[in-house]
Design a protein around this ligand. Structure first.
Ligand code: GDP
Ligand code: MG
Length: 598
């Protein structure tokens, strides 16, 4: 295909505005897949993605489109993950494009992630085509949304396309606009190879496969290539494109989007954002913007049955083959035994990994409460990064601590500004700015601890604004904060896996709430179980789980043996996700109880 007939584009949108549905329509309309092959949301291929309706891994598909001018075009649709956890991946996908469809829900208007995505697209100088989706709905107000796009984003929306990804309205117009308005890539086949990696995955047969956008040069089977950031050198065994299944081609040239497979066994060698060149005739400069991935959220993962430790390790290794952002290392807990400390990009990422371990690898796990990374400056002048509250040095060893803050952007209708301010203040947010998007919507920005976002900031925000608030955030910096470790003692014994790091002024309240919550969660046993919350040696709250009045089994004493067995079985069932800590059975819920305190 001649470069002038190639178009590389993404679809950007706030969650639920219809990105995946539109992608399906484009695939269908260009006849890339037959009706029989079409399954709703082709691009969201992982089961989990379909169930949750979100895109976790980006996918790419090449569409062939015969335009009204009679020419055939190659349209490469590069999907982007739709969640703040994956902002960097989104930015790399956009860097592989010349244009983007900006999808805005005609009944909702511009939301926080719409803005975040548009800003990113503008940073990459992309041609943006506004698409106002869901115009089939009775409550659609395309004129209002157009005005919002103009006023808030500053984009000309006069030729925005009115569409319904559901009913097919406007799809033809969108395809024509892609051809007419998005520039063809400009690269030079004769220059040294310069290709951007915007995704990678592990294939059991072909090894690691990198998704690439060629800026200059060519690549084909047999060439010796080099990753500029990792320095890894490899032989190309296959190049191809996505339809959407990978299909081998003889060569990829400048402007093309496709994949390259080679003698690579580890996704860590194939970093998103890295530049590929040839070893023989390398490009002098890599593409800008490369960044290593850094996990933001950590938690402990422990098998309920300690015999599953090796299976858990295998499963994590397998998942890591496809996920360079997942990190883990062995850790032991006095309470939970042998397990792993795992790092994730964010809470969604953590949830997804946990769910995949349970579903795909049939593991029963205990997950400890997520924690951010704290910077602990010690009195001896050294600084350590702590990803596990149990590892916090004693107060005597600590000079001061810092925690990560984010810049949070919240968009809400006017009426809820007060509510947003209250929640943000309660969560230690520092007010930064407020802008009117139109007469009845406002954008607020706050500087707020990441740990509060992880806890329940968004849940509370949603509930106090009746679901109207939309949130986006990005890591800002580390700031000193008065923090302490809140410990929980059961039967007088500290349970390391229940320790959390909390803001000092909130410690007493959180301690009381947590003890009360644990009292509800921990099942009664034959003996009384005292629950204590402590900061250092000071006990700040105390509750008791009372003992059973009667032995459950006493009922069947001397009686029906099968009934007794059933009762025991039922108890066992209930214990599935419990861990015996000393003589106390602790259910999974208890480890997450700290997240449930407001
Ligand atoms: P994404 O999160 O941006 O990928 O959004 P989806 O494509 O998953 O769509 C979110 C929801 O909106 C789904 O229930 C879709 O069926 C629905 N939807 C998408 N496009 C339209 C549309 O044009 N009209 C209507 N009525 N619903 C739509
Ligand atoms: Mg989607």
């Amino acid at each position: 295909m001649q470069t002038k007939n190639i178009r590389n584009f993404s679809i950007i949108a706030h969650i639920d505005h219809g990105k995946s549905t539109l992608a399906d329509r484009l695939i269908e309309n260009t006849g890339t897949l037959s009706q029989r092959e079409m399954e709703a949301q082709v691009l969201d291929s992982m089961d989990l993605e379909r169930e949750r309706g979100i895109t976790i891994k980006a996918q790419t598909v090449r569409l062939n489109y015969k335009a009204k001018n009679g020419e055939t075009y190659e349209l490469n649709l590069i999907d982007t993950p739709g969640h703040v956890d994956f902002t960097y991946e989104v930015s790399r996908s956009l860097a592989a494009c010349e244009g983007a469809l900006l999808v805005v829900d005609a009944t909702q208007g511009v939301e926080a992630q719409t803005l975040a995505n548009v800003y990113m697209a503008l940073e990459h100088d992309l041609e943006i085509i506004p698409v106002i989706n869901k115009v089939d709905l009775p409550s659609a107000d395309p004129e209002k949304v157009k005005k919002e796009i103009e006023d808030v984003i500053g984009l000309d929306a006069s030729d925005a396309i009115l569409a319904s990804a559901k009913t097919g309205i406007g799809i033809e117009d969108i395809l024509e606009a892609i051809v007419e308005r998005i520039p063809a890539p400009h690269g030079d086949d004769d220059k040294p190879l310069k290709a951007l990696i915007f995704d990678s995955y592990f294939d059991a047969y072909k090894g690691v496969i990198a998704h690439v956008r060629l800026m200059d040069g060519k690549m084909k089977k047999g060439t010796k290539l080099k990753m500029m950031a990792t320095g890894k050198v490899f032989d190309v065994t296959e190049v191809g494109c996505f339809r959407p299944a990978p299909v081998e081609v003889s060569e990829l040239a400048s402007g093309d989007v496709g994949y390259v497979a080679g003698s690579l066994k580890n996704v860590r060698d194939v970093r998103v954002g890295d530049t590929i060149t040839t070893e023989e005739n390398p490009t002098p400069e890599p593409l800008p913007g490369y960044r290593g991935v850094t996990p933001m959220v950590y938690c402990g993962l422990y098998p309920v049955d300690s015999a599953d430790y090796d299976s858990l390790k295998d499963a994590l290794e397998k998942l890591q083959l496809n996920d360079a952002a997942l990190v883990f290392e062995a850790e032991t807990s006095l309470a939970l035994g042998f397990g792993f400390r795992c790092g994730f990009l964010g809470l969604l990422h953590m949830d997804v990994i946990q769910e995949r371990l349970e579903r795909e690898y049939k593991l029963k796990l205990i997950t400890t409460a997520p924690s951010v990374i704290y910077h602990v400056h010690k009195t001896d002048g050294t600084m350590i990064a702590i990803d596990n509250p149990a590892k916090l040095p004693t107060p005597q060893e600590i000079d001061f601590m810092e925690e990560p803050f984010v810049k949070a952007t919240v968009i809400v209708p006017n009426d809820y500004v007060g509510a947003v301010m209250q929640v943000s203040q309660d969560k230690r947010g520092e007010y930064k700015s407020m802008d009117y998007l139109d007469v009845n919507r406002v954008m607020l920005t706050y500087h707020i601890p990441l740990s509060e976002i992880i806890y329940d900031y968004f849940d509370i925000l949603k509930s106090t604004t009746r679901g109207y608030a939309s949130l986006d955030y990005e890591l800002a910096d580390y700031q000193p904060a008065k923090l302490v470790k809140l410990d929980i003692l059961l039967n007088g014994e500290p349970v390391d896996a229940l320790s959390t790091i909390v803001f000092a002024d909130h410690a007493a309240y959180r301690g009381r709430q947590l003890a009360a919550k644990l009292k509800e969660i921990i099942p009664k046993q034959m003996f009384e179980i005292p629950i204590q919350a402590a900061v250092g040696s000071k006990i700040i709250a105390r509750e008791n789980v009372r003992a059973f009045r009667k032995d459950v089994l006493a009922k069947c004493y001397g009686g029906d043996i099968s009934r007794k067995r059933k009762l025991l079985e039922k108890q066992k069932e209930g214990k599935k996700r419990m861990k015996a800590v000393g003589s106390v059975e602790i259910p999974q819920e208890a480890f997450m109880a700290v997240l449930k305190i407001h």
